[in-house]
Write a protein that binds this ligand. Structure first.
Ligand SMILES: [Zn+2]
Length: 580
């Protein structure tokens, strides 16, 4: 019996070894016709070069890809062989079956190469990405900004009038859960990839810059059109989401290299934080390890530099056509701090523009191009404030994001050839459960949480009509909870002293509840439900909602993989018509 089992196990292993090679692009990849991509086959063992065959639809790979195939006998740090084809492309749409063989290993994958319609439906695309944008953020922003009585909202967000048209599956190639790198990369390249990867498939070697590349939308637009490109974010501009418009690396943390990628593509408008990666290492505060002064390099390339909201206004008036706006060394402060509480790093960076101004300047500047434009606008800190469960900051960020959408909606009224997409990259595990009412008797904050009928309605006010609540610390506030968290003290109150830091590291390197909040009256300790190396709440696997309006919006329907969104975008712009 034992030997029979052993034989069975051995057979199973043999079979799995024989099919173990990995081919990038992965099975079921969708590839834009004519777009450059790297193909890589990773064999599981060292194989002889003469033993290797890679065919595509039965023909030698090099013939179909138009590029020579490089054989690597032993990959660095890996005791196995690979073949790599750099910057391959396939012009003719259709189904392509790739078969790789060496020794006992075979692997078959199928790619779909697609062309776009020959006539564009949209001239401009404005892609709004609310980082971490979940349904609770939208509901909370509406309730906080507009109010509600007798169960009906007292007003509508701008995004409320953009039809929700698709649910987006955000999972990565290596996990159901996901981060902002691989998710935005899927939107911007049409290929799904692994957590932390941007513009590349994640291969097995350590080098974060040798992975098989795929073309991103900025490169595709440069290759096929004369359109302008804009990237706007409230985070560091070389953070995962904005850099996925232009970048290639296995590791999103390679931020200096992602600035190199920005310079290679040179979007006409670049607005955000993250100046520390634009300055050579000799400059105080620089986070580069080389001497490259990208501020000077962009200037030499004809860009007007802006480092404050006033300079941004001036740059917008100079007609330079190219603006580099860097308003913070790191992530820009959130709206609640920037405009109202003056906390965070606002005393150090007192003159930062908001997303609304940045969006307006970007659209005005890009719209000067008669060939049209692609603009990506990220509300970065919806996510950055949802991680620490700082819901007031996250909701006010969502309101600001919505106001930026309003700028685009206004533009589209006079430019109906503009496709507007509004979506998130992934969700957070957050819900609104009711309210918390300070006027309920007693000191126990938990007993002041109103659920069901006890919730009533929150009493935020917007007397000055700016769309933001005049204050967030009203007596009856929205109560949001994350469904996952490290150990932390729930205070049931807005964090007026600056962004919330729920957990801090102990001497064992584990995250424990931040004692700073222990003595807030009524605070309760919540024992975490995520591993102890996690300092904040994490992303959820739930689908995100995608909304679209304008020409090309019909390309988004039902459930879509995140990578399929790319196809709808390039279809609208018709950047790869079928070649006859
Ligand atoms: Zn996040």
């Amino acid at each position: 019996m034992r030997s029979l089992l052993a034989a069975l196990v051995a057979t199973t292993c043999l079979v799995s070894v024989a099919e173990a090679a990995t081919v990038f692009p992965l099975d079921r990849a969708t590839i834009l016709a004519g777009s450059p991509f790297d193909m890589k086959v990773e064999f599981d063992a060292v194989v002889a070069p003469g033993d290797v065959t890679v065919t595509i639809n039965g023909e030698p790979a090099e013939k179909v890809l138009g590029k020579s195939v490089a054989f690597v006998e032993k990959e660095k740090g890996v005791d196995a062989s690979a073949v790599i084809v750099r910057a391959a492309s396939i012009a003719k749409p259709g189904t392509y079956t790739v078969e790789a063989k060496a020794g006992g290993e075979t692997k078959t994958v199928v790619w779909e190469v697609f062309a776009t319609p020959s006539t564009p439906t949209a001239k401009n695309v404005i892609f709004f990405l609310g980082d971490g944008l979940s349904v609770a953020h939208r509901t909370g922003a509406r309730l906080m900004s507009k109010g509600m009585h007798e169960g009906k909202a007292d007003g509508r967000l701008n995004m409320d009038d953009i039809p929700p048209v698709a649910f987006i599956g955000t999972s990565a190639t290596n996990a159901v859960a996901t981060d902002s790198a691989n998710t935005m990369s899927a939107y911007m390249t049409g290929h799904k990839t692994a957590v932390n990867a941007i513009g590349v498939y994640a291969d097995r070697t350590k080098d974060p810059f040798d992975d098989p590349r795929v073309e991103n939308i900025a490169e595709a637009l440069r290759r096929t059109t004369k359109k302008s490109i804009g990237v706007v974010a409230t985070s560091e501009i070389e953070d995962a989401t904005p850099s996925a418009v232009v970048g290639h690396t296995r590791l999103r943390a390679e931020k200096a290299a992602l600035v190199d990628d920005f310079f290679a593509v040179k979007p006409e408008v670049i607005l955000g934080g993250g100046s520390a990666y634009f300055l050579g290492k000799a400059t105080p505060g620089s986070k580069r390890k080389d001497d490259k002064d990208y501020v000077q390099m962009f200037r030499d390339a004809g860009y007007t530099l802006a480092t404050s909201k006033d300079e941004l206004a001036t740059a917008a008036g100079t007609n330079s056509g190219k603006i580099l706006g860097l308003f913070h060394t790191g992530n820009m402060d959130v709206t609640l701090d920037r405009e109202f509480l003056k906390k965070g790093t606002v005393s150090k960076f007192p003159n930062q523009p908001g997303l609304v101004q940045m969006t307006q300047v970007a659209i005005d500047e890009l719209a000067k191009n008669p060939d049209g434009f692609f603009l990506m606008v990220e509300g970065s800190s919806i996510d950055k404030m949802s991680h620490p469960m700082d819901w007031d900051r996250a909701l006010v960020e969502t309101i600001e994001f919505d106001k930026a959408i309003g700028v685009a909606v206004e533009f589209a009224k006079t430019h109906p050839d503009t496709l507007i997409v509004v979506t998130g990259d992934h969700t957070h595990g957050v819900s609104i459960v009711g309210t918390v009412d300070d006027d309920k008797p007693g000191a126990d904050m938990r007993e002041k949480v109103g659920t069901y009928a006890e919730a009533g309605f929150p009493n935020y006010e917007d007397k000055d009509g700016d769309g933001y609540p005049d204050r967030v610390d009203v007596s009856r506030r929205l109560m949001l909870f994350a469904n996952n968290f490290p150990d932390y003290y729930e205070t049931f109150r807005p964090k007026l002293d600056g962004p919330f830091e729920p957990a801090v590291k102990n001497e064992k390197g584990e995250y424990v509840a931040n004692e700073q909040y222990k003595d807030v009256p009524g605070a309760v300790l919540r024992t975490g439900n995520i591993p102890r190396n996690g300092d904040t709440a994490v992303h959820a696997v739930d689908d995100v909602v995608l909304q679209a309006t304008g020409p090309g919006a019909e390309g988004f329907r039902g459930y879509m993989e995140q990578s399929d969104v790319y196809r709808a975008l390039v279809d609208a712009l018709a950047i790869a018509p079928v070649q006859n």
